[in-house]
Design a protein around this ligand. Structure first.
Ligand code: HEC
Length: 106
């Protein structure tokens, strides 16, 4: 009987941990849009140093590659936290060129 209670507790905890990890993994696209406009657009509006960048600049897998491999110069992203970058990644991914709702403007 005791071991049954133990396994119930264990399963409950395991489920709880699994869901909170998943939630932390996903970015918040609404925040991401705001951050994208506020930070990325300072260099990436048309005529900016980095050239114009919008969600539609890349496909979903290209965005994932850029963020997962951090293929940007670190200096420009240094004021963004891991969570900020996740949020921005989520926003760009959701509106990438091959997404269901492509967007040109951040
Ligand atoms: C301080 C200025 C600056 C900021 C801020 C900045 N970038 Fe850039 N970014 C650049 C420059 C400069 C390049 C290089 C352009 C080149 O020479 O091709 C670049 C390149 C890029 C490229 C093109 C990479 C490629 O090979 O296609 C993408 C996409 C990009 N940035 C996205 C972003 C995103 C998303 C953010 C916000 C999280 C961001 N950048 C913030 C300056 C910046």
């Amino acid at each position: 009987m005791k071991s049954l209670i133990k396994s119930v507790i264990f399963l409950t905890l395991a489920t709880f941990i699994a869901t909170s990890v998943l939630a932390a993994d996903g970015g918040n696209p609404r925040k991401g849009k705001h951050l994208f406009k506020k930070t990325c657009k300072t260099c990436h509006s048309s005529g900016g140093d980095g050239g114009e960048v919008t969600p539609m600049t890349k496909t979903q897998s290209q965005w994932d590659r850029l963020f997962d491999k951090k293929k940007h110069d670190e200096e420009s992203w240094k004021n963004l936290s891991e969570q900020d970058l996740k949020d921005i990644q989520q926003f760009l991914f959701d509106h990438a060129a091959d997404s269901p709702q492509p967007q040109t403007c951040g």
